[in-house]
Design a protein around this ligand. Structure first.
Ligand code: CAA
Length: 247
């Protein structure tokens, strides 16, 4: 049987590409997305994927809430199978220069981008260790590595992922479970396209590759890190950013 891969933020720009690439690599992808989404939006997403030849179950949860994640993962394990691959991809931005940042903008980003990693990983970790196989891939960001003005909240969560991964990787590598991250640069998703036009033009001008990345360029890295053959890579981060980090 194909291994079950859960992708949080699964119906978003990056998540959709990840689900499709995981299926193409022989996994069974399950999308987990926000329980505040309208049912019509989920149905449309599933119909669009079906038209492309992908059957992808969607489970709704609030990744900021531990019990909501527990409930969703329990349901997935009962209805689809044990979760052997977890891609913690759900994330939001609430950009503001620090002097203008509100406590609410800080909280929302910390809870969605960082608490979610604990809330989801905790549901699947014991099972992975008990079965002696697991792949956890956390999606960080170039802005976790280098910091970005206007993103002290977001950069803090993305940098936190490196510490979490390096610690957890040491705990479970002997049990066949790896914990890695990917740090995307600016990818052509709704999140990036929401940046003010003049600001985005400056961002793109600063990318050595002179273009935004494609979601598929992140998805193929997810497939690489979650492969059966990737068992000797752990606590590692792969940057996929068009050379931006080095600029
Ligand atoms: N470094 C230092 N200072 C900067 C700066 C930078 N990169 N960008 C702007 N500033 C300065 C400006 O020069 C300006 O200074 P003055 O007031 O002295 O003129 C001041 O900061 C205010 O700039 P803005 O006019 O842009 O302020 P704003 O309040 O209208 O907007 C903002 C603030 C929303 C943060 C906006 O600057 C912005 O959107 N910046 C881009 C942030 C960004 O890159 N976000 C990434 C989102 S995508 C993502 O996160 C995915 C991923 O992982 C890569």
């Amino acid at each position: 049987m194909s291994k079950v891969a859960v992708v949080t933020g699964g119906i978003g720009g990056l998540g959709t590409a990840m689900c499709k690439a995981l299926i193409e690599s022989g996994r069974r992808a399950v999308a987990v997305d926000y329980n505040g989404l309208k049912p019509e939006a989920v149905e449309k997403w599933q119909a669009d994927r079906k038209a492309e030849g992908f059957e992808i179950p969607v489970y709704l949860a609030d990744v900021t809430d531990f019990s909501s994640c527990a409930e969703a993962c329990k349901k997935i394990e009962a209805e689809v199978g044990p979760i052997e691959i977890l891609i913690n991809n759900a994330g939001i931005t609430r950009d503001a220069m620090f002097h203008k940042m509100t406590a609410e903008q800080w909280d929302q980003v910390i809870k969605t981008n960082l608490y979610s990693v604990f809330n989801m990983t905790k549901q699947v970790y014991d099972g992975m260790v008990a079965r002696g196989w697991g792949r956890i891939v956390n999606i960080s960001s170039v802005n976790g590595l280098r910091g970005q003005a206007g993103q002290s909240n977001y950069s803090a969560t993305k940098a936190a992922i490196y510490g979490f991964n390096k610690a957890l990787a040491q705990e479970c590598v002997k049990k066949g479970v790896t914990v890695n991250s990917i740090s995307p640069g600016y990818i052509g998703t709704e999140m990036v396209r929401a940046i003010r036009e003049d600001v985005l033009a400056k961002v793109i001008a600063g990318i050595p590759a002179a273009r935004l990345g494609e979601p598929s360029e992140i998805a193929r890295t997810v497939v690489f890190l979650s492969a059966d053959e990737a068992g000797y890579i752990t606590g590692e981060d792969i940057t996929v950013n068009g050379g931006l980090y080095y600029h």
